[in-house]
Design a protein around this ligand. Sequence first.
Ligand code: HEC
Length: 144
Amino acid sequence: MDYTYTVSSIITLLNCINYVGCVFHTKPAADSTPSVGCATKPKISYQRDVHPIFMDKCIVCHTAPYGEGYRKTGLDMESYEALLDGSIYGPGIVPGNSKTSPLNMLLEGRAGNLSRKLKNQHKPITGHEIKILKLWVEQGAKNN
Ligand code: HEC
């Protein structure tokens, strides 16, 4: 499967060490997933961390009016507002809950019985980027 990424604890540990511009906060994680590697989690910024990922990997197709992904699903990822608006299937992001956020589910290879699906990409998203998106959603998917 295209979007199955195994986040090994080694990669996670490397990400913890390598994460540039990471601001640590001391609050316990919102979810109780066994934490891999990091005792504290970096605070994610939409402007600094998330939007650049979408611009680099997704916008070529997910922008109105001509992007292929936009035309097929209505998912426009160019602005925060458009992203949160979701697609013809409904919202793609559930702020605070990456477990039930369709976008995170698809990217993490947990599509389950969702009717939506992703498309093969020339420039695939990395495990590290998937983790950033997960943390961002867990932290409330803010426009920060
Ligand atoms: C090559 C063009 C292309 C790129 C690049 C692309 N997509 Fe898509 N995306 C599509 C198409 C086309 C569909 C519809 C697939 C289908 O239903 O057959 C889709 C569907 C989706 C869906 C499911 C629809 C929905 O609203 O839930 C999500 C989520 C999604 N893409 C997210 C992303 C993300 C995140 C990225 C960047 C990492 C990305 N896509 C990059 C073309 C693309």
